[in-house]
Write a protein that binds this ligand. Sequence first.
Ligand code: SF4
Length: 331
Amino acid sequence: MDSQRSTDGSRYRLDLDGAIEIVKDMGICKVGLQVPEGLKREAQSIARLIEERTPAKVIVSGEPCYGACDLDLALACEVDLLIHVGHARLLDEPSNVLYLEARMVGNRLRDSLDQAIPLLKSRRVGVVTTVQHVHLLDDALDALSKAGLEGVISPAGRRTAYPGQVLGCSFQAARSLDVPEFIFIGTGMFHPIGVAMASGKSVVALDPITGEATIVDPSPLIRRRFGSIARAGKACRFAVLASKKPGQRRIDLCERMMELGRSHGKEMMLVYVDRVDPDVLINLGVEAAVSTACPRIALDDAARYNVPLLTPPEFELLLGEREEYKLDEIE
Ligand code: SF4
């Protein structure tokens, strides 16, 4: 494996040389390696490279991992240094974590910008992206400027390491900007839909891998969510799911949801989980659940659950405590 590039179809670039230098300089003996699900198959070659080029032994985390919110704390306790691959820093603790960020390879940004610019209605646009594409922001601003447009980027937020960066649980980079519309640079539709829902503004999604640009329509997702809220309206027995993951802990919010449900005559149960999983809800025999874990679980994975899984703002909407739909974000 090329130490600057993963073999995942060469889709991601990792600065493994830099990580290896840190392991050597710090005299690390035991390295923990945590790799997200999309790059899991790279774990063996990364571990081998570290063991070949340093005196350190590597233990790979076998737990599923979807974000920097999900550090393997047990493994971090076992090793001198935990290398967390793919994501930018989100948590300050534990301190023995090295975030080995991934950048997506393949740059058809200019093609996607050429398609996007005619779709924009304003001369001033907010620009947001995910960590895998933050290296493209300067080029995007430059290209917008050459087209006579002003691109605006917000500073890094409490949960984000880079200006303009959004997460599936934090769209502060969009909410904090006073602009008439946004462009999102990245792959997939979850983040740009989140930007549109969180900001209430029009969003054009630019895919720098395919070179395409699309106007984002959040309405199908909102319709599906109102379907889940309506189904949950028939439920009496609710579970409130509290996550054990270090960057998803919201116990105060859980307790508020418990009180709210009880005050509306619902039977409420507070459940502590490592992973939100359909089987947990089946085995508990609840009729609906409110998840305070990663907001993407309720929004992205609803079809996997045989009972409605709501976010906290959706539960408030169900109980008449809120009037308008609001995206769940972790502060
Ligand atoms: S809570 Fe979800 S969206 Fe946020 S960082 Fe974790 S996995 Fe990503």
